[in-house]
Design a binder for this molecule. Structure first.
Ligand SMILES: [Zn+2]
Length: 495
């Protein structure tokens, strides 16, 4: 007799739904698994046989052949144990076992209990996209809470419990491991935001996901400012958060699902490979791990020139191309870049006693490729003289305004449009300052964010003017920043 069950495997970033076929027939007792299993899948034979025995279920006598479809793809891991056991049960049981559309994902212990697996989000997301919505897992399995709403989840203790529940469905039990890790935004943290310009900068970058670089001497609070930006970012939509979980679980089996955007802070000694990821199994690098979140490069000029050059593709396209298991694949890498840098090797150029020669400062800034600096929307020199005039109310108002502006920018893809006068002003300024096409693009994006922060339908002239203050066309070259002196920005609009 033949029996079937669906299982799933995750190999690196790749998920595959596997149809397990079991054939039980007369003959010399023999248990064979075909369909390119590796040794970890083949070992399921011992686990399944013992699980039957300890669950009080009769293990069929005779010849058992299990085929894993598609047979052309190599399978690894213990994810298919439960699906293999259910397929054998269906092939050998005189009474039918319902749940044909259920995907069974669990390892079996020798005593028949179901062992939870790490990294189920990627499988859940794949199933959801394929329209499969019945899932059977261990009762101790951690599963992001949005899946409980999207799937019929059968949580079972052991193999016998699975059979019992498939024949006699119960009300789904409450998930004890479900953790609603909704981030309590604690803006009462002792962030020294600096002056009004810094607070405005944070709200612009948080609302529009603009790449920013903070330049200043040691101890001026660049890293704290970058951290504060992260706290101002709104929660992710559920779909984005699930995508984030699917990637994070590959490198962190204990990752707890959260709606907060991920933040990655790679060390400056990281290799280009560590940033890009890829390899045989498509292991995510820092770019992919910060997808939908923030990539924070502290002391950006300390990273190698080659590593910084790899930023070009993800900053332009939001993904990187690589080869996974021989197939060309796109790894997502839509992150917001936040960088900090000292103004010179000693750290005090333009801020006090600097012992560096101009040539040293220029050489220091040339570590970062010009095209990468040009792709950063705002390079802000943190002014040490700025007052510590942040107030709790300002921060809360700022977070609320950022959320509203993000909603405007997200739900209306074109966002606020350039009014006629603003368009004229932008053209004129770009012409006079010989702005590049990228400058023009970035200025329009900044002005759009400023209009969204103001709750305006159209981009007005003041928005263009303020955008010009934040990003002066033609001023993003390494040389210009090497010799820059911090200036107090005169900004318009509400914080
Ligand atoms: Zn110096």
């Amino acid at each position: 007799m033949l029996g079937y069950a669906y299982g799933a495997i995750r190999q690196g970033a790749d998920v595959q739904i596997v149809r397990v076929q079991a054939d039980v027939g007369p003959g010399f007792p023999r248990f064979t698994i075909v369909g390119l299993p590796d040794s970890s899948v083949s070992e399921a034979k011992a686990r399944v046989r013992n699980a039957f025995h300890h669950s009080g279920l009769p293990f069929p006598k005779g010849r058992i052949t299990v085929n894993l479809q598609p047979a052309s793809i190599r399978k690894q891991g213990s994810w298919l144990d439960l699906a293999i056991a259910v397929a054998i049960l269906r092939a050998s049981s005189p009474q039918p076992i319902p749940g044909d559309a259920t995907v069974f994902v669990a390892e079996l212990a020798l005593d028949g209990s179901l062992v939870p697996q790490s990294g189920l989000s990627a499988i859940g997301l794949h199933m959801y996209n394929e329209g499969l919505n019945h899932l059977c897992i261990s009762q101790d399995q951690r599963l992001p809470w949005p899946f409980h709403r999207r799937f019929h989840v059968l949580r079972a203790r052991d193999l016998a419990d699975v059979v019992e529940q498939l024949r006699d469905p119960r009300e789904p039990a409450l998930d004890k491991t479900e953790i609603r890790n909704r981030f309590e935004r604690n803006l009462h943290v002792p962030f020294h935001i600096g002056g009004r310009a810094e607070l405005r900068l944070l709200s612009i970058c948080a609302a529009g996901r603009h790449a920013m670089m903070l330049v200043g001497p040691p101890g001026v609070g660049k890293t704290t400012l970058a951290d504060a930006l992260v706290h101002l970012l709104p929660d992710l939509p559920e779909d984005h958060a699930l995508e984030v979980a699917a990637w994070q679980e590959i490198v962190d089996p204990d990752y707890i699902f959260s709606l907060r955007p991920p933040v990655r802070k790679p060390h400056h000694t990281i290799s280009p490979k560590g940033l890009l990821g890829g390899g045989r199994w498509g292991t995510p690098g820092e770019f992919t791990l910060s997808h939908h979140g923030v990539l924070l490069l502290d002391e950006m000029l300390e990273f190698t020139h080659t590593a910084l050059n790899t930023l070009r593709e993800p900053m332009d396209r939001g993904f990187i191309e690589c080869s996974v298991l021989g197939k060309p694949t796109e790894l997502p890498a839509d992150f917001q870049l936040v960088a900090t840098a000292n103004p010179c090797p000693c750290g005090y150029h333009g801020y006090g006693d600097c012992a560096c020669l101009d040539v040293d400062v220029r050489r220091y800034w040339s570590r970062c490729p010009g095209p990468i600096l040009d792709r950063i929307d705002i390079i802000h020199h943190v002014n040490r003289a700025a007052g510590r005039d942040e107030k709790q109310d300002d921060l809360n108002a700022c977070a609320a305004r950022v959320r509203e502006a993000r909603a405007i920018l997200t739900h209306r893809p074109t966002g606020p449009r350039l009014s006629e006068a603003a368009d004229r002003a932008l053209r004129l300024a770009c012409h006079q300052l010989r702005a590049s096409e990228r400058d023009r693009e970035k200025l329009t994006a900044l002005a759009r964010t400023l209009a969204a922060l103001d709750g305006q339908e159209d981009i007005l002239v003041p928005h263009v003017e303020e955008a010009m203050i934040w990003r002066r066309p033609g001023s993003m070259s390494p040389t210009r920043h090497a010799l820059a002196v911090p200036q107090k920005k005169s900004i318009g609009g509400d914080i």
